[in-house]
Design a protein around this ligand. Structure first.
Ligand code: CP3
Length: 357
């Protein structure tokens, strides 16, 4: 029915049985791969890679050529939306993301445009269509966005932050300004993700990398409510015999382990969890898909340590449908490539014993 040669990832997202546990890795296309470093050097800079569909496609496919991964994620960045709003995103030599423009008050926020994804973000759509064609049904292609809250942190702080002082000051002192920004971002994210779906993305992941720095009350009001607003606007299609007719959505809040019940209540299809969560304590397994949650630093160790940590994660999840193996966060750039190879083999091999029918 579906034209996919490997539909394990989409089946797991819909809590249907698979013969083994599918795996993909956050930041699977990145600097730990020598061929990525080469392509990056040739391209000049990271944004050129994102904005040139042929380069973005090549980077997306690099880890798939090396490893038996069960999904591809389009090579791009969550900060494409602020960039399209006119923030001038750039990456210095070895620093994190930076913007040429910043915002600090309500009138700045009022003036922000909602980007038309088919104009200023068309390069992402072109990269998705090209990559989907090149994949030729090998594995599903994941589209993604940052959550409104996580995007707002970069826009208000002017880049990465350890303390989130500026945005938290706004949260407590000028909440209506922050709400207006989050509303605009939710609208922009929904348009962006629907355009990705239209261009061929087969599942959607929302990265809420910084939701975990909020208090539980603020998490609900300033992050989760806006992810729910995005979710309610997505054109997910309908579930049918053809697994590809429905676009599942995964919400990942790093540090959100204490709030899984509220996250699940949004009606998302899957929750991404970091390594602080014990998967055996998630009571809704089998009804909602779970993505995670190996601590990425395990990959610095040797094969035996990788084997035993994979076993722990698989055992904690247990005999249920709906597990997508992943790291609890993105892979670090100095992880040995052969350990990644071993991880993927170990997950596929060990997980077979959990599926009998
Ligand atoms: O997962 C994938 O392989 C797809 C590509 C992808 C990138 N960024 C490529 C990238 C995805 C899904 C992202 C998401 C992203 N970007 C997030 C959310 C996920 C997470 O890690 O929490 C965030 C917070 C960002 C913002 C961002 N982009 C930062 C903080 C950095 C610098 C970090 C670093 O490692 O230097 C980036 C740059 C970036 N995005 C790189 C890659 C491969 C490194 C760029 C380079 O080649 O120098």
């Amino acid at each position: 029915m579906s034209q996919l040669k490997n539909d394990r990832y989409l089946r797991a997202l819909q809590c249907q049985p698979t013969d083994y546990t599918p795996i993909w890795m956050m930041r699977q296309a990145g600097r730990y791969l020598p061929e990525y470093r080469q392509l990056r050097a040739k391209s000049g800079n990271f944004m050129t890679m994102c904005q040139t569909p042929e380069l973005a496609c090549e980077a997306t496919l690099q880890p798939l050529k090396r490893f038996d991964l069960d999904a591809a994620i389009i090579f791009s960045d969550i900060l494409t939306i602020p960039d399209a709003m006119g923030f001038g995103l750039y990456f210095g030599a070895s620093e994190g993301p930076k913007f040429t423009k910043s915002i600090s008050c309500l009138s700045d926020i009022k003036q922000l445009p909602i980007p038309d994804p088919m104009q200023s973000l068309k390069y992402v759509m072109d990269a998705i269509s090209l990559t989907k064609k090149e994949l030729n049904g090998k594995v599903p292609l994941i589209g993604f966005s940052g959550s409104p809250w996580t995007l707002a942190t970069y826009m208000i702080e002017g880049g990465s932050s350890k303390t989130f002082t500026k945005i938290k000051k706004m949260l407590y002192d000028e909440p209506q300004a922050l709400h207006l920004l989050l509303e605009k971002l939710a609208h922009s994210v929904a348009l962006y993700l629907n355009a990705q779906i239209q261009s061929g993305a087969q599942s959607i992941m929302i990265f809420d990398t910084w939701g975990g720095v909020l208090s539980h009350q603020s998490y609900q009001t300033f992050s989760l409510d806006y992810m729910q607003l995005v979710l309610s606007q997505l054109k997910q299609g309908k579930k049918s015999e053809d697994i590809t007719s429905y676009i599942p959505v995964t919400l990942f809040t790093k540090g959100g382990g204490l709030w899984l019940d509220s996250i699940i209540n949004t009606g998302c299809d899957a929750v991404g969890v970091d390594w602080t969560v014990n998967l055996s304590q998630i009571t809704q397994k089998g009804k909602i898909a779970v993505q995670g949650n190996l601590e990425p630093c395990v990959l610095y160790a040797g094969k035996q340590v990788i084997e035993s940590n994979v076993e722990v994660v698989l055992n904690e999840f247990g005999h249920h449908n709906g597990h997508i193996f992943n790291l609890g966060h993105g892979i670090q750039q100095d992880i040995p490539v052969e350990n990644v190879q071993h991880l993927i083999e170990a997950v596929h091999r060990q997980s077979k014993r959990f599926y009998h029918d």
